[in-house]
Write a protein that binds this ligand. Structure first.
Ligand SMILES: Cc1cc2nc3c(=O)[nH]c(=O)nc-3n(C[C@H](O)[C@H](O)[C@H](O)COP(=O)(O)O)c2cc1C
Length: 241
């Protein structure tokens, strides 16, 4: 059994790879173990709405990356409405510098989907809010999946799939209309080990017994936090063509 210090170390050691992946294959059996770990995620009333599609064929990975390129174009144009220092680092120089999806060379992309009908497992009051229930459930499985990737000595990326890209990816993979896509997880070995990202200090966000109002940030504090976050995160967002 994993000891708590080993578990904390695993959580700390997981890092997103936002740069290129080597094309080196994933050792046999690792993907199955990663999915086995995700299978044991918690879910509301044990509804287990998740569906995972493992994509290894280059042509399919390219089609998915092309769809994500369109998402980046939309995100990029929307980001240009922000002052530069508040933009996501990838889009600081957009449209002159275009953030290309970097995971075409990843040996596998896991497409993380869910069947919303499975939210009926929970009490019906929650089903009125079914998007929220599905999101909660899919987050549980997604986090385990990314931790399991780290436990295999591999790296992954959490690639958000927005409403536009979902429509573009569904026909590529033959996904039925009822099934929703939430994110992609390209998996493999990074070309360059990603830098460690930053985390808030524990005393800033943990409260004991009651919410400590002295820790509640003002609107200006949040803006300043994002400004600092952007500065600290720049190296995490490589811009390679
Ligand atoms: C809801 C959510 C959406 C995310 N979307 C993306 C994404 O679209 N592209 C990406 O590269 N990383 C994405 N990430 C990963 C975060 O950028 C990353 O976890 C964060 O910067 C901390 O870095 P770390 O994972 O290396 O600790 C997302 C993570 C979450 C939880």
């Amino acid at each position: 059994m994993l000891k708590i210090d080993e578990f904390v170390e695993l959580a700390r050691s997981r890092k997103s790879c936002k740069g290129r992946f080597k094309s080196d294959p994933i050792p046999d059996g690792y993907i199955e173990k990663i999915l086995e770990a995700a299978r044991w995620a918690m879910s509301g009333a044990n509804g287990q709405p998740w569906e995972f599609i493992v994509v290894k064929e280059q042509d399919t990975k390219d089609k998915i990356a092309d769809a994500l390129r369109k998402q980046n174009e939309l995100s990029g144009w929307i980001e240009t409405s922000r002052v530069i220092e508040m933009r996501m680092p990838w889009f600081r120089k957009f449209p002159e510098v275009f953030p290309e999806p970097q995971y075409r060379t990843a040996p596998a992309i896991i497409v993380i989907c869910a069947d919303p009908r499975a939210s009926q497992a929970t009490t019906l009051d929650r089903v009125y809010d079914y998007r929220w229930v599905i999101l909660e459930n899919i987050c549980m499985a997604t986090q385990i999946l990314h931790l399991a990737v780290a436990a295999c000595g591999l790296r992954s990326q959490f690639v958000t799939v927005n409403f536009l890209t979902e429509q573009l990816i569904k026909p590529i993979l033959g996904i039925p209309p009822i099934i929703r896509i939430f994110s992609l997880a390209p998996i493999g070995y990074p070309e360059k080990e990603p830098p460690r990202s930053f985390r808030r200090k524990i005393e800033e966000f943990v409260h004991y017994e009651k919410y400590d109002l002295s820790k509640c940030r003002s609107h200006a504090d949040i803006q300043e936090f994002i400004r600092e976050l952007r500065e600290k995160s720049e190296a995490l967002y490589p811009l390679e063509s």
